[in-house]
Design a protein around this ligand. Structure first.
Ligand code: RI2
Length: 309
């Protein structure tokens, strides 16, 4: 069973599986498989599940959706630790399936709610690749809004190409720009809305997303363009209510430049940045559209279980 855990760990770490929601779902699926491992009794299985959860959480440090999903499953496992082995397995597998279904419906609900914010002929700029944003834009398109989308290429890993491919193959007029063209394009082409996904949201309403997001948010503020974040509540950080912060992932320099090409130059490769609440107009969540100031209450209401651990 450690094989499947190691495989998922490696896939998440290497970004073969990526996107804050997908890594949470993939870790949850993997824990579901771990639940079927051989074990003498519930106590032994609980130990195996906890070990797997710890390993999966360590795959990437920034998207809080990963530890949130794993912690939720470990919490349910602990709560049912008194059950006899077969019943424990049945209960946990049922709860994991339900949890995954809830995440998928959150995505659909966000698309439905977010589509109402989109107006006919909107020119939308997005950064990186967010499944949540893609789903929202496609939903608006299906609802008959003739939008156009500008995608930044998103150096160094070019996830903007994924967005561009995804939306253009859906029939949505799509343009790709280099990251550094964002301000000029936002100004000259008169972008109506910036819509991005997120990896982690703090109780303060600050949010973490792919590197480069914060400078786009600053440009949006200067140009008076709506800055919208499409995000499932699984990406909200309950620990931030107690002041905790996630680590900003620093990835390998080889993603930026071929090793040895600039031998005397240090390469920095931070994968995420923080956009302060002041630069965000609204979050579109599965519970509705909320301003950054409302994140605190939403966290207290929805993540009571997390603060109990
Ligand atoms: P969804 C991604 O991180 C991007 O930062 C993206 O905006 C965010 O996760 C949310 O993605 P990475 O895994 O959950 O590419 O909306 O580093 O797909």
């Amino acid at each position: 069973m450690t094989d499947i855990v190691n495989k998922t760990y490696k896939n998440i770490k290497s970004m073969r599986i990526r996107g804050a929601l997908d890594i949470a779902i993939s870790a949850s699926n993997t824990l579901g498989k771990v639940v079927t491992s051989d074990a003498k009794n519930t106590t032994q299985l609980l130990r195996i599940i906890k070990r797997a959860g710890k390993k999966l959480k360590s795959a990437r440090p920034t998207a809080i959706s990963l530890p949130n999903a794993v912690n939720y499953i470990l919490y349910i496992a602990d709560k049912n630790g008194h059950l006899e082995l077969d019943e424990f397995r049945r209960k946990l597998l049922g709860d994991i399936d339900k949890f995954i279904d809830e995440q998928k419906s959150a995505l659909d609900r966000i698309a439905e709610i977010g589509s109402n914010l989109i107006e006919e002929d909107d020119l939308i700029l997005t950064h990186c690749n967010s499944d949540t944003v893609d789903t929202l834009i496609k939903r608006a398109w299906d609802d008959g809004k003739k939008v156009e989308v500008i995608c930044t290429e998103t150096r160094p890993r070019y996830q903007g190409h994924i967005t561009a491919r995804e939306l253009s193959s859906y029939g949505i007029p799509t343009t790709l720009i280099v990251d550094s063209a964002a301000h000029l394009v936002m100004k000259e082409l008169k972008i109506d809305k910036v819509i991005v996904g997120a990896d982690t949201i703090y109780a303060s309403g600050d949010m973490i997303n792919k590197i480069g997001t914060s400078q786009i948010a600053i440009c949006a503020k200067e140009l008076d363009i709506d800055f919208i974040v499409a995000v499932e509540s699984i990406k909200f950080s309950p620990q931030s209510l107690l002041g905790s912060r996630v680590e900003i992932e620093e990835r390998d320099p080889s993603e930026v430049i071929k090793p040895g090409k600039l031998p005397r130059v240090k390469i920095l490769n931070p994968a995420f940045d923080i956009t302060h609440a002041d630069y965000i107009d609204v979050f579109v969540t599965e519970f509705g559209v909320i301003p950054p100031e409302a994140v605190y209450s939403l966290l207290r209401e929805k993540f009571g279980w997390e603060l109990e651990i």
